[in-house]
Write a new protein. Structure first.
Length: 493
């Protein structure tokens, strides 16, 4: 019988997106469906969804959710993707009809606990109202961390055979809230303790997901190990070490129907590994779009990024003076924290002939950067998986990355015979600059450069392998939940 899988996520491509999470849930749902699962996806009905003109149909059922002392009604809307996946959007306008999903450049929305408690509990209520009790609820990041807690407590009698899988896409974002707000969750008071949702005197929604789910996954093998250490665990390393039997790393895949220079509809000219002439056209087009009047033969380095501390902008800004002495140009696309917007704007003013910045979330431009640049730079302090470096490989745009998390798992440092990019290990401006210098020296050797580009373009990170892993993890989770397996047996399977 087909496995019934629910994916609950605070963002899903093409409905709403701030980063890689949306790409992962959007694509995984389709691949699972094509592998024979019955898939339902849940996300909040944000302003972004109707602004994009995505059509939805209101279902006859509403659900009610108690939040604190109020009972709130949540509308359920359905949309079917072109790939045939049913997506359920939960509507409550005062929470989700806003400019951003979680935060403005000035900081987080003040009521995020209410917003995502409502979402999490409404998902569970909606499954009951729709009489769609699944085998698996696959939850993602802190915004859905309460779902496993509800399934193990208030709603346990209705979900005796339903297992929960919780994926950590980024452990630094934990959904921390003051303990005094615990009543909002409606959970039994005894769940607020050190073994449960409490974390140094606060509510921690990511921890809820980790401790109450049947299986925990994260988005690369290396990151699954890193987060068990103090350097990368953001205080949750001990909790994860305790649950390491149930922790798996599954690398994200790529949707090559969206990220492929042969078919990409956003770029000026399509091209392939056999004929790269279109790439030069894309580069010229990109330089024009960024108003950079440089010789198109000099190496062009791109950055596409959320502006957040993890992305390595401190070592980048300390490297800038050295980098700008080299014969290269840089284009940046990003949005996020104000301090990094200011940083890049100042750099662009200081180096107007070599560096140009666009502060925007612009899907089309992201594709143009992937195609038009020679290099993509990701000097991340940490990177759970990272998607841009994997996309860039297919575009013959060579990643320069720091060896951490998924960057380490997907990029092999350059050698003539092997390697698909450039990778430095030490988190320092010197290591970054040295690697960029090495990358440029290879770029200047046409023969070596072409060989490297072609090798990169042949890499295959399609979703099937990862989806197969998720499917086997789902089976393990169900086995655990139904008492057919013990956690000690998990990693043997
Ligand atoms: P993260 O999820 O940490 O932001 P990933 O590399 O996993 O990083 O995923 C980032 C995704 O978001 C990619 O699809 C990337 O193209 C996209 N993205 C990031 N910033 C922008 C932006 N400013 N405009 C358009 N797309 C962006």
């Amino acid at each position: 019988m087909a496995m019934k899988v629910v994916i609950a996520s605070s963002e899903v491509t093409p409905f709403a997106k701030t980063g890689g999470l949306a790409d992962v849930t959007g694509t995984l749902s389709h691949v699972l469906k094509n592998m024979g699962c019955q898939v339902m996806v849940f996300l909040p009905y944000y302003r972004e969804v109707w602004q994009k003109g995505i059509s939805t149909e209101k279902l006859d059922v509403d659900v009610t959710v108690p939040i604190d002392r109020r009972i709130l009604t949540v509308g359920i809307y359905r949309s079917v993707t072109p790939g045939g996946v049913s997506v359920y959007l939960l509507k409550r306008d005062e929470y989700y009809d806003r400019t951003c999903l979680y935060a403005t450049p000035e900081g987080d929305y003040f009521d995020n606990l209410e917003r995502f408690t409502l979402f999490s509990r409404a998902v569970v209520e909606a499954l009951m109202a729709l009489k769609a009790i699944p085998d698996i609820i696959h939850c993602n990041d802190w915004q859905t961390g309460l779902i496993p807690a509800y399934i193990q407590s208030l709603y346990a009698p209705h979900f005796k055979k339903t297992a929960t899988v919780f994926t950590i896409h980024n452990i630094a974002y934990q959904g921390l809230f003051p303990a005094t707000l615990f009543d909002i969750t409606g959970l039994p008071a005894e769940m607020y303790n050190m073994e449960g949702i409490e974390f140094w005197g606060k509510i921690n929604l990511l921890k809820a997901g980790i401790v109450y789910s049947d299986v925990v996954t994260t988005v690369s093998e290396t990151y699954s190990k890193e987060i068990q250490t103090p350097e990368y665990g953001y205080g949750l390393e001990g909790v994860l070490r305790k649950r390491k039997d149930r922790l798996f790393g599954v690398l994200n895949g790529v949707d090559y129907s969206q990220w492929n220079p042969q078919t990409d509809r956003y770029i000026k000219a399509n091209y392939s590994e056999k004929d790269l002439s279109g790439k030069a056209i894309c580069k010229k087009d990109l330089l024009k779009e960024y108003h950079l009047d440089v010789n198109p033969s000099i190496p062009l380095i791109g950055i596409i990024s959320r502006f957040a501390e993890q992305k390595g902008f401190d070592i980048l800004s300390s490297s800038m003076e050295e980098l700008m002495k080299l014969e290269l140009a840089m284009v940046v696309l990003g949005t996020g924290e104000r301090r990094y917007q200011t940083l890049f704007e100042e750099l662009a003013r200081r180096y107007p002939d070599k560096l140009s910045v666009k502060i925007a979330f612009d899907e089309a431009l992201a594709h143009k950067l992937e195609a038009g640049c020679d290099f993509l730079l990701m000097p991340s302090r940490y990177e759970p998986c990272g998607l841009n470096q994997i996309y860039s490989l297919r575009y013959g745009t060579i990643p320069i990355v720091r060896a951490t998390g998924g960057l380490d798992d997907t990029i092999r440092d350059y050698s003539e015979k092997n390697g698909n990019g450039f990778k430095f290990r030490e988190y320092s401006p010197q290591a970054l600059v040295e690697k960029v210098k090495e990358a440029i020296s290879v770029y200047k050797n046409k023969k070596k450069w072409r060989t490297l580009q072609k090798r990169a373009m042949r890499e295959d990170f399609s979703w099937h392998q990862s989806a197969r892993k998720y499917l086997s993890i789902y089976r393990l989770a169900v086995g655990l939940k139904r008492g057919e397996l013990s956690s000690a047996e998990l990693h043997k399977n």
